[in-house]
Write a new protein. Sequence first.
Length: 90
Amino acid sequence: MIFFTGSPVAKPDEEREKFSLMRQAAILSAIPGFLVVPPVVGVLVGRWLDQRFHTAPWLLLVFLLLGFGSGIRLIVRTLRQAREMQERDD
């Protein structure tokens, strides 16, 4: 640590690395939400459409699958983004 006028100041490399790790942790912490939220939204939209058009359970299943697909897509994109950040920092 470098001291400037009596108060500790972190080195720029340490500060950048700490910020990068916190940023990656924040990005990766979104993954559990990507597993839950899109399928739940798909079920809710599918049930609502099934009730509206009397097509139970077909639209529910279609939107559930679309929800899972969009969740997987979000996870892959997030992991790719985290990997690119790590490679850029190295």
